[in-house]
Design a protein around this ligand. Structure first.
Ligand SMILES: Cc1cc2nc3c(=O)[nH]c(=O)nc-3n(C[C@H](O)[C@H](O)[C@H](O)COP(=O)(O)OP(=O)(O)OC[C@H]3O[C@@H](n4cnc5c(N)ncnc54)[C@H](O)[C@@H]3O)c2cc1C
Length: 298
């Protein structure tokens, strides 16, 4: 099959097949060395047969061209569907329409529609002139352009940091789904009970789209502390204290993180999740070991 004959799977088809949907999320590297690492990672992870790989979109739209380039490369190199993340940050409605057209012309058939985080150095999200304020508006805009494209959106089992309360946040998530999203991918979390409680409320709210847990394996305590402080994920105290105790031993930190992720994923699978979305931070080692332990993809 030549790349031009390749038809990327749409997000909705991934989960409607009844098969477990493995997905991995990467970010656009800023250096040639970073590119090498990314493709070495994907060379290894593709053997676990992910349903798709998603690539993030930098704050301020700074990496849009790179996001599209990497998604196109993934599709032609691996014959594997790519999902391009797309945010409203710094973009007018016309910019967003052009951005969506560029993605579609590049053969991308799945988009993760996000409002986006404020650009580095700013605390709050500001609507760009003539731009959109919330992700549900971006979903609407994308659906106006295409009924065929696959659309994912973000969900927050532990509530989005800016939301007044969990119910308001869930009501807002429902707006995104009602606007035409095909599946919801969660922010990373470490406590499954928080996800299960959210899943119950999600179902009670009448949302039927697949809900995919987002898992970030802990490989380094200092790094994960930085990430959780930015996204607000709750860190279990016992896990934190075990990692504190291992603060001078990188290998032990990796092993503690790995054991936690394997247990977490096994419990999620046992509880019937339709897939898992791994935040792999462009590295394969932890994800490979988790997938091998769980017997996924091989
Ligand atoms: C799977 C995943 C992938 C991500 N990828 C990226 C990425 O590539 N690039 C990036 O910059 N960031 C990314 N993020 C982070 C995301 O951009 C931030 O969490 C951002 O702060 C919110 O984005 P959102 O799409 O959830 O926004 P929204 O759904 O717009 O929600 C933002 C806030 O506004 C509220 N809200 C939503 N809709 C309405 C409404 N209609 N009226 C009033 N209030 C409303 C919500 O409750 C929430 O508090 C990702 C997050 C996840 C979970």
């Amino acid at each position: 099959m030549t790349p031009s004959e390749f038809t990327p799977r749409r997000i909705r088809d991934v989960y409607s097949s009844g098969q477990f949907g493995l997905s991995v999320e990467v970010f656009p590297p800023q250096t040639a060395k970073g590119d090498d690492l990314l493709y070495r990672t994907l060379d290894r992870l593709q053997s676990f047969r992910p349903a798709f790989v998603s690539c993030t979109y930098g704050a301020g739209g700074s990496t849009q061209a790179r996001t599209v380039e990497i998604c196109s490369e993934i599709q032609s190199r691996y014959q594997l569907a790519a999902t391009a993340h797309f945010t409203c940050v710094g973009a007018s409605r016309d910019d967003l329409i052009q951005g969506a057209e560029l993605m579609m012309q590049s053969g991308i058939r799945n988009i993760m529609a996000l409002r986006g985080d404020p650009p580095a150095g700013t605390e709050t999200f500001t609507v760009a002139e003539g731009g959109l304020a919330h992700a549900n508006e971006l979903v609407e805009l994308l659906r106006e352009k295409s009924t065929d494209i696959g659309i994912g959106v973000a969900g927050y089992p532990e509530k989005h940091q800016e939301a007044a309360d969990a119910q308001t946040d869930l009501d807002n998530l429902k707006r995104k789904v009602d606007a035409g999203a095909d599946a919801v991918f969660t922010q990373l979390f470490f406590i499954n009970d928080n996800f299960f409680e959210f899943r119950d409320r999600y179902a009670k709210a009448g949302i039927t789209q697949p809900l995919i847990p987002g898992i970030m394996p802990i490989t380094e305590f200092a790094r994960i502390k930085r990430i959780t402080s930015m996204c607000g994920a709750v860190f279990p105290e016992d896990l934190a204290s075990r990692l504190e105790d291992a603060q001078d031993d990188q290998e032990q930190q990796f092993q503690i993180g790995l054991d936690h992720a394997i247990q977490q994923c096994q419990q999620l699978i046992d509880a019937g999740v339709p897939g898992i979305h791994f935040y792999v931070l462009n590295r394969s080692q932890a994800c490979e070991q988790i997938l091998t332990a769980l017997g996924i993809g091989k």
